[in-house]
Design a protein around this ligand. Structure first.
Ligand SMILES: NC(=O)c1ccc[n+]([C@@H]2O[C@H](COP(=O)([O-])OP(=O)(O)OC[C@H]3O[C@@H](n4cnc5c(N)ncnc54)[C@H](OP(=O)(O)O)[C@@H]3O)[C@@H](O)[C@H]2O)c1
Length: 275
C-alpha cells in the first residue's frame, strides 16, 4: 500500500503551521508543509523537528500554476496520490494599506479564490478514495455579508457551476475597478468576497465529489475563529492551536461519514448555516 500523505498550504506560519503540527501527531502518513518561500518553509520544518515531529517541506506558491504543477508531480511520483488537502494559504490587506482598492480586490480574489481553485484543479485528480479536503474560509466568508439580496441569490443557485462562480468573482473585481462595489451591493471588503467565493466553491465541489467514481470524497469549508496570527496583527483571541482544531477535525473525518460533507463548519467544529 502506498504511504498516505497530507498537504497543508501556507504551512510555514500561523494557523497552517499549527495544522501541520497537529496532523504530524494525529495523521498516519506524511505531512507536507507547503510554503511559497523556501527559507521560511524550511525554518518551520526545523522548528517542528525540534519537537520530534517530521513534516516534509515542499515549495508551493498558490499564485503560480507551475509551482502548483510541480507539487502535483512530486505527490504523484512519491506517493501515487493524495489523502488530505488543507487549503489554508491566503492573504488579507491591513486596514491601513495604501494599495489602491482595485488592486487589493484583484489580488485578494486572485490568491484566495483563484489560487485555491487552481490548487484544487491540479490536485483533485490525484485524490484517493476517502480523501478529505478542507477549504479554510472565515466568518467573513458567510453569504449574509453580501447586503444585496439579488446578488446573494446568484450564489445560492442550487446547481451553480464553477464557471458561473468564477464569473461572479470576476464581476466583483471588475466592479471594484470601476468603483461600483458599494453601489452594486457586494460585501464590504475584498477579503469577505474572496472567502464567500471559497465557501461557495466548497459546496459545488462536494456536489462534483458526490458524482465521482472515487468513493467517499469529502470537502468542507471551515471558519477557524478569530486567531492570533500575523493576519490579525496579533489581535485574535484564539491561539493557533485552537484555530487549527476545527480544520484538523475536518481533515481527519472518519471513512464514509455522512456529515459534515460539503458544509460550513464553525470554530467549535459544529456545522452552521452559510446563509
Ligand atoms: N487569523 C484569523 O483570525 C483567521 C480568521 C478566519 C480565517 N482565517 C484564514 O485562516 C488561514 C490562515 O490564516 P492565518 O491567520 O494563519 O494567516 P497568516 O499568519 O498571515 O498566514 C498565511 C499563510 O498563507 C501563506 N500564503 C499567502 N499567500 C500565499 C501564496 N500565494 N502561496 C502560498 N502561500 C501563501 C503565507 O505565506 P508567507 O509567510 O510566505 O506570507 C502564510 O504561510 C487563511 O486562509 C485565513 O484567511 C484566519
Amino acid at each position: 500500500m502506498a504511504r498516505k500523505v497530507a498537504v497543508v498550504t501556507g504551512g510555514n506560519k500561523g494557523i497552517g503551521y499549527a495544522v501541520v503540527k497537529e496532523l504530524c501527531q494525529k495523521f498516519n502518513g506524511d505531512v507536507i508543509l507547503a510554503a511559497r518561500d523556501e527559507a521560511r518553509g524550511k525554518d518551520a520544518v526545523e522548528q517542528l523537528k525540534a519537537l520530534n515531529l517530521n513534516p516534509v517541506y515542499h515549495q508551493l506558491d498558490i499564485d503560480d500554476t507551475s509551482s502548483i504543477s510541480q507539487l502535483k508531480d512530486f505527490l504523484h511520483k512519491e506517493y501515487g496520490g493524495l489523502d488530505i488537502l488543507v487549503n489554508n494559504a491566503a492573504i488579507a490587506y491591513k486596514m491601513a494599506s495604501t494599495t489602491p482598492d482595485a488592486e487589493q480586490a484583484e489580488n485578494s480574489i486572485n490568491t484566495n479564490f483563484f489560487g485555491t481553485l487552481n490548487v484544487c484543479k491540479a490536485l483533485f485528480p490525484i485524490l484517493r478514495p476517502h480523501a478529505r479536503v478542507v477549504n479554510v474560509s472565515s466568518s467573513a466568508g458567510r453569504l449574509s455579508n453580501i447586503p444585496n439580496k439579488e446578488l446573494q441569490k446568484k450564489f445560492l443557485v442550487s446547481n451553480l457551476t464553477e464557471e458561473e462562480l468564477c464569473g461572479l468573482m470576476k464581476e466583483f473585481v471588475s466592479d471594484a475597478k470601476a468603483g461600483l462595489k458599494r453601489e452594486k451591493g457586494w460585501a464590504h471588503t475584498n477579503y469577505m468576497m474572496s472567502k464567500i467565493g471559497v465557501s461557495a466553491l466548497t459546496f459545488l465541489q462536494q456536489r462534483e465529489f458526490d458524482k465521482d467514481s472515487r468513493e467517499d470524497l469529502v470537502v468542507n469549508a471551515v471558519h477557524p475563529g478569530y486567531v492570533n496570527t500575523d493576519m490579525t496583527s496579533g489581535k485574535g483571541v484564539r491561539t493557533i492551536e485552537e484555530g487549527a482544531e476545527p480544520i484538523v477535525y475536518a481533515a481527519l473525518l472518519p471513512p464514509n461519514i455522512k456529515s459534515p460533507k460539503g458544509e460550513y463548519i464553525w470554530e467549535d467544529s459544529k456545522v452552521v448555516s452559510w446563509v
